[in-house]
Design a protein around this ligand. Structure first.
Ligand code: ZN
Length: 432
């Protein structure tokens, strides 16, 4: 069904609401596993009927294994004069993700072995993790590290790595059909705004909007830790994956850069065409072909699954200088960009919800539109009838509405509305 825009917040108001939600989620200690993810999902679940899935440590998921759960209670470095050099309480970025516990006193040179700094900007704190190799460490700015005086440093990381589980959240919004539209984002980054939280809140906004709509497709929404979250979801839904007809992996959706769409592995699926068309009519937007580098689409599009999942973002991973650092903070994202991402994603939904092929019921010559009140009685050369004429011309059962919008250069909505008008007048019928 077409999106009923009256039931959705307009893009700007939604953008402001999303910034507020990000502010609340920002300090939570998200990681691949642990309570930060659960707390994040609990916040989202205040407004949504989320189902929380726990996958036990040690469970084998395709070529992977769910790791032990990381619980982080606190961590800091105390200098020779007793002042704290960095503290996890100030920023969750300061402790290397998945650090093993430690309490030790060591020299500055020995401490340096455990400190990570940003490769190019001396003022930024990097975001670093060590999921698959046991170690402990801290992250700080290079300028802070270089300012440290020689002496004894006391380090504390109060963490636990123990059997537990990996957590993801999911939600199902039923449509009239069992065919599914998968919307997915990752939820494992700590205090980073564009790379992660923007996708988390955008998916929350889409969920709320879709709950208000009459839908053809059944929507599956997944918030899981990167890579392993989608793999766990794929493993648990393996028997019904053939229902997934369209999908979007959402990431980095809040910076003011242009919208970007990366095609699915096959590149020519309906969602690829729908997204390309929506972005065609948004100045400055970019569409790129498939690449196996990126986010969760790598799992959904792996050849064994080959799902029709494209990647919806603004400036993606690695292409903005603030990427994986303390500068990817709430100042990097804007309400306008989030609102624009929200509207564009819903427009893609609108296209696939309404796309279809039709047949012109009066194909021998052009039907006389004037006698049906569909043609200007005094033509002024502006051709407001153009969408009607394009739909009539190409509706031979082999062009869907998307193809007509692609070929005519006209907006999809104009084509969809023209098709509806022609159906009312008995000039068009749905192709079998
Ligand atoms: Zn990232």
């Amino acid at each position: 069904m077409p999106i009923n825009w009256d039931t959705t917040s307009d893009g700007d108001a939604m953008g402001e609401e999303l910034i507020e939600l990000m502010r609340e989620l920002y300090p939570l200690p998200r990681s691949l596993t642990g309570d930060g993810v659960r707390q994040t999902l609990a916040v989202l679940g205040r407004d949504l009927p989320l189902e929380i899935v726990e996958v036990p440590s040690g469970e084998v998921v395709f070529d992977w294994e769910v790791p032990r759960e990381w619980t982080m209670r606190g961590g800091w470095i105390e200098g020779p004069d007793g002042t704290r050099v960095v503290d996890f309480a100030d920023s969750t970025l300061h402790v290397l993700g998945y650090s093993t516990p430690v309490e030790a006193t060591l020299s500055l040179d020995a401490l340096r072995e455990h400190v990570f700094t940003h490769p190019s900007d001396p003022e930024l704190v990097p975001y670093r993790t060590s999921y698959w190799e046991e170690r402990w460490g801290f992250c700080m700015s290079r300028s802070r590290l270089e300012s440290l005086a020689p002496g004894d440093y006391h380090v504390v990381i109060d963490s636990t790595l123990a059997d537990g589980s990996l957590t993801y959240g999911e939600m199902r919004i039923p449509g009239t059909s069992d065919a599914e539209f998968l919307l997915s984002t990752y939820v494992c980054h700590p205090a980073l705004a564009n790379d992660n939280l923007s996708g988390v809140v955008l998916l929350w906004a889409l969920a709320r909007a879709l709950l208000q709509q009459e839908l053809v497709y059944t929507y599956r929404l997944v918030w899981g830790p990167g890579t392993l979250g989608p793999l766990c979801w794929l493993a648990r839904n393996r028997e019904t994956l053939d229902r997934v007809q369209h999908g979007l992996a959402i990431s980095c959706a809040g910076d003011p850069g242009p919208l970007r769409y990366k095609r699915s592995r096959r590149g020519d699926r309906e969602v690829d065409r729908a997204a390309t068309l929506v972005l065609r009519d948004r100045a400055g937007s970019l569409v790129s072909g498939w690449s196996p580098l990126g986010g969760d689409e790598r799992q959904y599009c792996s050849p064994g699954f080959d799902l029709p999942v494209g990647t919806f973002s603004r400036t993606p991973h690695g292409l903005f200088p603030e990427y994986h650092s303390s500068a990817d903070n709430l100042e990097l994202v804007t309400a306008a960009a989030l609102g624009d991402s929200f509207r564009a994603a819903l427009e893609i939904v609108d296209v696939v919800e309404t796309n279809g092929s039709y047949r012109n019921r009066s194909p021998y010559g052009e039907p006389r539109l004037g006698k049906r009140g569909l043609y200007q009685s005094v033509p002024d050369g502006t051709y407001p009838e153009a969408p009607l004429l394009w739909v009539l011309s190409l509706s031979d059962g082999s062009h869907d509405l998307l193809a007509i919008a692609e070929r005519s250069g006209l907006p999809y909505r104009a084509i969809r509305e023209a098709a509806a008008t022609l159906q009312v007048h008995g000039l068009l019928e749905r192709a079998p």
